[in-house]
Design a protein. Structure first.
Length: 106
């Protein structure tokens, strides 16, 4: 397969956006762990703080994955996976899958 400057540019754009998806997912996952603990221990004050933060993280992940799908950097399966898994698990699974595809294209 011949590599054109457009495909190199698309791969670089994909990598950059995927990097931001991974950062958002990692931060959101780190917020999710204490949120789950607080939920199970009935710590309502901590849930009221961490819940909205996790929600914002979820929306950021969803925005980034929808943006990538809209730019045709990846398919619509990626934002759907983020929605179904409620954030970090789907974002990280999608990150791994797309990273492998990019690596295999070389």
């Amino acid at each position: 397969m011949t590599t054109t400057s457009a495909s190199v540019s698309d791969r670089e754009r994909t990598r950059k956006l995927l990097h931001w998806v991974a950062i958002a997912a990692a931060i959101d996952f780190l917020l999710l762990l204490p949120l789950l603990y607080a939920s199970f221990s009935d710590n309502h004050s901590l849930v009221s703080i961490l819940g909205p933060l996790h929600g914002i993280g979820f929306l950021i992940q969803l925005f980034l994955t929808v943006r990538g799908a809209g730019e045709r950097l990846w398919g619509w399966w990626f934002p759907a996976l983020v929605v179904v898994t409620l954030g970090p698990p789907g974002a990280l699974i999608g990150h791994v899958k797309i990273s492998r595809e990019l690596r295999d294209e070389k």
